[in-house]
Design a binder for this molecule. Structure first.
Ligand code: HEM
Length: 472
């Protein structure tokens, strides 16, 4: 039996040209960027806002436009042309509070989104204080503790392009919104391009939707519904039809303590026969992430960095931990990339155990490079970190110590915190698998290398929903 409800009539032909014009451009393909502004806003007057939004819609960047832009960029590179193609992308998303303010009372059926991120700050492990009545207040930027109705993302190849986008947005919305916070992201300079502030290449592994992105060896192929609501594979069919071609956007604002992280590596080189301490420090960093700074996966290069492997897209993602199911000699179970994407570790739980939790990341670094006085004193004095953005068809979040689930010699095994992003409300964190010679030994990490400064859960509606539900 077929249904006329678009949330349940998802067809395997997604995406049609309509879908490509309907899905906002950042969701799956990501807006190309060297810099990006995130404007967190509060709606001042719902009716006036709706009128303004109508004027902005033609400037909201679609997936079809990003597909074309990405093709142009790759043609430009292949032709050996110099300089960057000028571009500006604009997307918009709303918090649950923003939806309600606009009179949209439909239930998107996602408890995390409904409650807002502040409500889950303690469960996320963020640092904060608990008062005598037991109420928890995280040490977040005050903006994230105040009312945020939505986020506007403006990305471009240069500050000038982003500024052009920001001016357009300011001009259209005027007094109908109040800016609560603006975060400016910036790709790191020179050979650090694409590397997050600890120095590791980011954005290598991402789930693929075959009909839209194709896939490289080792890339996990997911049905579109894992990332895009109301399409094939979305496990939630209760959502309103207008949610189709929308996606949940999770924003997390992470400060990174770079000098402290580097000092931790320096002070704790892993012992390996006949390798100098410096290399032992690099190995420790690689085992925390599961990849070397170049991006080479330690599952394939367990003892030395391998920049050629890192640069080879046919190989740099082509591993699944199946050679190493109960042994952490090559890659710790809790290494950041293994926690975030356990690959074959979840095979025994069925085909959807892994794919259901996949997400696509579109983050960018913020803040300055480490200054000489910070490096010398091993102390962070200026805020820097990652403006973490990811999209998925459900906004739930995990900080689970016994994940990926392992049973060794009949006993459930706790692999401990993700040493990069796992949070224990500021207390020391236990993690396993760091030492290749004694891989099940426990290590206590004395400090958090990243500090959450807040965030929010948003919904990035389709262009058609923006036209019919959000604007007037
Ligand atoms: C400041 C915080 C973070 C830093 C510095 C960071 C850094 C990295 C790096 C360097 C990689 C390897 C490159 C790649 O595989 O693309 C990576 C992968 C990944 N990260 Fe993070 N990350 C952070 C936060 C997060 C958070 C909060 C999540 C959410 C769960 C997350 C999820 C992932 C995923 C899914 C992968 C890909 C794993 C794979 O498919 O192999 N990251 N991250």
């Amino acid at each position: 039996m077929t249904s006329t409800n678009s949330a349940t009539s998802a067809t395997p032909t997604w995406p049609t040209q309509h879908d490509l014009n309907d899905l906002q451009g950042d969701v799956v393909l990501g807006m190309p960027k060297r810099t990006e502004d995130f404007i967190f806003f509060n709606i001042q007057n719902a009716n006036a806002f709706k009128h303004s939004l109508k004027l902005l819609i033609p400037s909201i960047t679609t997936t079809a436009q990003i597909q074309k832009l990405r093709q142009d960029i790759s043609d430009h590179k292949r032709a050996g042309a110099t300089g960057l193609i000028q571009c500006v992308g604009i997307n918009i998303a709303f918090s649950n509070q923003g939806l309600k303010k606009l009179g949209i009372m439909d239930d998107l059926n996602d408890p995390s989104f409904d409650a807002g991120q502040l409500a889950s700050a303690k469960a996320l492990g963020d640092e904060g204080t608990t008062d005598s009545s037991g109420s928890f207040t995280p040490n977040w930027l005050s903006a994230f503790k105040s009312e945020i109705d939505g986020i506007i993302l403006i990305a471009g190849e240069s500050r000038a392009s982003v500024l052009q986008g920001t001016n357009k947005v300011d001009h259209i919305f005027g007094e109908t919104i109040r800016e609560v916070l603006k975060v400016t992201g910036q790709v790191r300079p020179g050979k650090e391009k694409g590397h997050e502030h600890f120095g590791f290449l980011d954005g290598i592994s991402s789930p693929a939707i075959d009909a839209l992105t194709g896939h490289l060896p080792g890339q996990i192929v997911v049905p579109p519904g894992v990332l895009v609501c109301g399409t094939t594979g979305d496990v939630d069919i209760q959502r309103p039809a207008w949610a189709t071609n929308g996606s949940f956007l999770v924003y997390r604002h992470f400060n990174q303590l770079v000098p402290e992280f580097k000092k931790f590596l320096e002070d704790n080189p892993l012992e390996f026969p006949a390798i100098p301490a410096k290399q032992g420090s690099e190995l420790l960093g690689a085992r925390l992430f599961g990849r070397w700074p170049s991006g080479a996966p330690i599952e394939l290069a367990p003892t030395h960095d391998d920049p050629a492997l890192a640069a080879d897209k046919q190989r740099n993602n082509n591993f699944d931990f199946s050679q190493d199911p109960l042994d952490q000699t090559k890659c710790p179970f809790a290494a950041h990339i293994r926690k975030a994407n356990p690959r074959a570790d979840l095979d025994k739980f069925g085909p959807t155990a892994l794919t259901q939790h996949m997400l696509v990341r579109q983050s960018i670094a913020f803040g300055p490079e480490v200054a000489p006085d910070e490096a010398q004193s091993h102390k962070t004095r200026q805020d820097r970190g990652l403006a973490f953005v990811c999209y998925q068809s459900n906004a739930g979040w995990a900080n689970t110590k016994n994940f990926p689930p392992k049973t060794i010699n009949g006993t459930a095994y706790q692999s401990g915190f993700d040493p990069i992003i796992g949070q224990n409300n500021g207390a020391p964190r236990q993690t396993d698998g760091l030492q290749p010679k004694n891989s099940n030994a426990e290590t206590t990490l004395p400090l958090d290398f990243i500090v959450s400064k807040g965030g929010q859960y948003f919904f990035s509606p389709s262009i058609s929903a923006l036209q019919t539900k959000f604007s007037a």
